[in-house]
Design a protein. Structure first.
Length: 259
């Protein structure tokens, strides 16, 4: 029962994480304009992975997508790639995990197959979470670097200082979603151990004789070795005479009969 609960909880947590990664990738507020030195402004700018937006004080918002790919920084494109890889792996992991749930029976699927599928989906969730966390962290590092460069230029009195940008809400959503996907993947990997049947963990090896059973029958006489004492010598001469019948022939008692 605990294995089923761990597997279902891992599936639910990973589903929330993958949904959060998709939401964070589609959000426009990855970076927002810093209003610390200019709290009253008629224009508010914010940017995402796919477009930049401008919101006026009247409430009108205009967004313009990035029409070029080559003109974007390399790190910016790397963040895009990491988020897309995380989404693809997460969706594939969800599809595999649905068929691997212990509470769902599909045909005559064995427990060992479900265990392998559970482990595969768990690894996919872990990699998807790491991709999301890495992508968001790289973008955050870019923001921090540009922020301090803009601040230094501002205090030096340089003209044409660009606007400073700070963390947007999409970054926090991406961090939380990546963490949920990572934790869900670990839970799926832990559930995999409980799905493996006991007989497949410890397989007993039996050894059978290659040849057929051979029975040996002894003859009426036993060949004595030099190390064995002579039974006649131990019994004496009276024993030899008692073994003979009235006709003079030698007979053996029942306990000494040989087959």
């Amino acid at each position: 029962m605990s294995t089923t609960i761990c597997q279902v909880m891992g599936f639910l947590v990973s589903s929330l994480g993958i949904g959060g990664i998709i939401m964070a990738t589609a959000m426009d507020m990855w970076s927002t304009q810093d209003l610390y030195d200019n709290p009253v402004t008629a224009v508010f700018q914010y940017q995402g992975l796919w477009r930049s937006c401008v919101r006026q004080s009247s409430g009108f918002t205009e967004c313009r997508p990035y029409f070029t790919i080559l003109g974007l920084p390399a790190m910016f494109q790397a963040v895009r790639a990491l988020m897309i890889v995380g989404i693809v792996l997460g969706i594939l992991g969800l599809l595999v995990c649905i068929f691997a749930l212990k509470c769902i029976r599909i045909g005559s699927m064995e427990d060992i197959a479900k265990a392998n599928m559970t482990l595969t989906s768990g690894i996919m969730f872990i990699v998807a979470g790491l991709c999301a966390i890495t992508g968001v962290s790289v973008f955050a590092n870019m923001l921090v670097t540009n922020f301090w460069m803009s601040t230094t230029n501002m205090y030096q009195g340089m003209q044409n200082v660009q606007n400073r940008y700070t963390f947007g809400s999409a970054l926090f959503v991406g961090w939380v979603a990546g963490g949920l996907a990572f934790v869900g993947g670990i839970m799926m990997c832990l559930a995999c151990k409980g799905l493996i049947p006991e007989e497949s963990r410890y397989k007993a090896v039996s050894y059978n004789a290659s040849g057929r059973n051979i029975s040996y029958r002894t003859g009426p006489y036993k060949v004595g070795s030099g190390y064995e004492a002579d039974p006649k010598a131990r019994k004496g001469m009276g024993y030899e005479e008692a073994l003979r019948n009235e006709d003079g022939r030698r007979s053996y008692p029942a306990k000494y009969d040989y087959v």
